[in-house]
Design a protein around this ligand. Sequence first.
Ligand code: SPV
Ligand code: MG
Length: 297
Amino acid sequence: MSKTSVLRTALTGSAITRFMGAHSALSAKLAEEAGFEAVWASGLEISAARALPDANILSMAECLEAAAEIAAAVDIPVLADCDSGFGGVGNVAHMVRSYESRGLAGVCIEDKQFPKMNSFVEGNQDLAPVGDFAAKITAAKEARTDEDFVVVARIEAFIAGAGLDEALRRAAVYETAGADALLIHSKRGTPEEVYSFRAVYQGKLPVIVVPTTYPQVTSGELGEHGFGGVIYANQGLRASITAMRSVLAQIGGDGSTYGVEDSIATLKEVFALQNVDELLTRQQRHDELTTAYSALA
Ligand code: SPV
Ligand code: MG
């Protein structure tokens, strides 16, 4: 099955699909190794890995390159966070063609203005007009060549303080516009907003959530509430910051790396993640073939 159909089937299946956020090929491989069904090529993570704000500072080409590297490194499908679509409908069409041709299984665009600001940063969280954003969803669907390529419409009504009715109004229009799934976002410390949405939303689309600010909720509970997907958007990146800070501080303090050796990955683990064995096998085959062909000359 193609990665696009794997993602589409997973989102519409009975079990909740768990996405792990990634910012690099390496972090995506760790997500796959840990058993997640899919990867989220997170705009926050990709920007933060470059020490830049998650506010459309990176161009589409830079985001695409990062997402394509992630997709190439794993066998599980990757959903790309494409912010508000990098511009108008022309940008969205180009974006979908580019992401699809580079091996992404789907894209998610959010109904905010360009340039967007990360949903947890105090700043402009103004919503795009509903019709304008719905037209982008249709443009995305019309631009794809693989019928299974997934287009997720992300609703930021709760983030913008616009409330449940606005979220529901938008959900209905985005569904009509052709969205394959909805993402309802919230920055509350409890899941009450997303639960209220899920309880009242009457449409047919799978609904995805990002429980960054309500981490106490399990994927099982979200599944029981009828959600189709859960995105752990940034925990891998945050773990790496904490781990690196602590190890670097210890090395600085100790004056040697001896004290951290047991708490960091071995080089053997690094080589495994780099597929070094595959390279060595290929080189050995090259040597055998070279010998065989040389004998023919
Ligand atoms: C991301 O991971 O970039 C997201 C999720 O879009 S959030 O940071 O919650 O906006
Ligand atoms: Mg994002």
